[in-house]
Design a protein around this ligand. Structure first.
Ligand code: TXA
Ligand code: MG
Length: 348
């Protein structure tokens, strides 16, 4: 049975946190808010509990999960030979949306890291997540709290949609503020490599890591920085196919408008994910509009809610366009590209 409990991040109810910590210590699953997305947590030291995460999500055993810690000192209990660079990054960016890949400590069971000798670790900044981690007194393994390949959960409602019955307790601490997952940096080789762009922009990381590389598989910079289709497996995807348009803004708007009209004429229901400033370019069309907000931070925080909302309204396709790939925009582009299974409609 799944219980949903509301918790105010600004006035944390300690009794609720103790109850959730107890579920974790007994080998149960607790979904909890973080500043990036909701996590589906289990005691990271308990391989049977971690196995339940994979079952609940329908996640392949080959996809490792992130270990969350609530204190800096816990890092040495989950990772071996923590390099000075990791300590500097932790000092600068933790608690916060940065995940470090390090050498796995023997106390962390192999299932957490899909058998790899490494472990991904982060200290989230959300007060509910920190309170839970500190009360549980064990590291918590937690992937995003969505069914595998679905858009990540940024509200407790999204967790319920995907995992009702499969999770023991959901702590509802309101919508996640960033709305995109953490940036993952692999520190086990030289130079450090970004495995996933996320909440900490690469520009910020480069102030401490000038040699930082970005994994080729993720962002194969062709002439125009576009990934070849088929390089990505389906991820972050709404049920309706996502059509990703890119190019000069005016050409993109015209192509999106033509596509809406064409699909509508064939009896299809179309949804559009747009920015606030673009309403007047689209609001005369026979389509459902979801306004993600006015700036990159708002758009990022509403992306997954937008996909899920249009899905709930039963659209046959979701149209969206790329945004500037700077700062948080790189993570936004990465999620759009994966949701579109690597296919981009080039305009103009
Ligand atoms: O913001 C986040 O990171 C959220 C919140 C809940 O903390 N978590 C999250 O987890 O996004 P998940 O499981 O959806 O994504 C974790 C990613 C996966 O792509 C996985 O392949 C990678 O982290 N990962 C985990 N352990 C790894 C390891 N040892 N080496 C390389 N990649 C790893
Ligand atoms: Mg995920």
């Amino acid at each position: 049975m799944t219980r949903l409990l509301s918790i105010d991040p600004l006035h944390i109810d300690d009794a609720l946190i103790q109850r959730a910590a107890q579920v974790i210590r007994k080998g149960g699953l607790v979904a909890f808010p973080t500043e990036t997305v909701y996590g589906l947590g289990a005691n990271a030291l308990d391989s049977a509990a971690v196995a339940r995460i994979f079952t609940a999500k329908g996640r392949p055993a080959s996809d490792p999960v992130i270990v969350h810690i609530g204190e800096r000192d816990q890092l040495d209990q989950v990772a071996l030979n923590v390099p000075p660079l990791a300590s500097r990054l932790a000092e600068r960016f933790w608690p916060g949306p940065l995940t470090l890949v390090l050498t796995r400590h023997p106390s962390i069971p192999a299932i957490v890291s899909s058998g790899m000798p490494t472990v991904a670790v982060r200290m989230p900044s959300h007060p509910v997540a920190l309170a839970l981690l500190r009360a549980a007194q064990v590291p918590i393994a937690a992937p995003s709290a969505n069914r595998f390949s679905r858009p990540s959960a940024t509200t407790a409602q999204h967790v319920l949609e995907d995992l009702h019955g499969a999770v023991d307790l959901i702590l509802d601490g309101g919508p996640a503020s960033i709305g995109l997952e953490s940036t993952i940096v692999d520190l086990t080789g030289d130079p450090p490599v970004v495995l996933r762009p996320g909440g900490i922009p690469l520009e910020d990381l480069r102030t401490l890591l000038p040699a930082l590389q970005v994994q080729v598989r993720l962002l194969r910079e062709d002439e125009d920085g576009i990934l070849a289709p088929g390089m990505l497996y389906k991820h972050y995807s709404p049920r309706a196919p996502l059509l990703l348009f890119d190019g000069p803004h005016q050409s993109v708007v015209e192509a999106m408008r033509r596509t809406v009209l064409d699909m509508h004429s064939r009896g299809k229901a179309v949804g559009l994910l747009i920015a606030s400033g673009e309403r007047s370019s689209f609001d005369d069309l026979p389509a459902l509009l979801f306004d993600m907000g006015g700036d990159l931070a708002a758009i990022s925080s509403q992306l997954f809610e937008g996909m899920r909302s249009l899905d709930r309204q039963g659209v046959d396709a979701i149209l969206v366009h790329g945004y500037d790939r700077v700062g948080l925009g790189l993570a936004l582009w990465d999620r759009l590209l994966r949701a579109a299974e690597g296919r981009v409609i080039e305009c103009g």
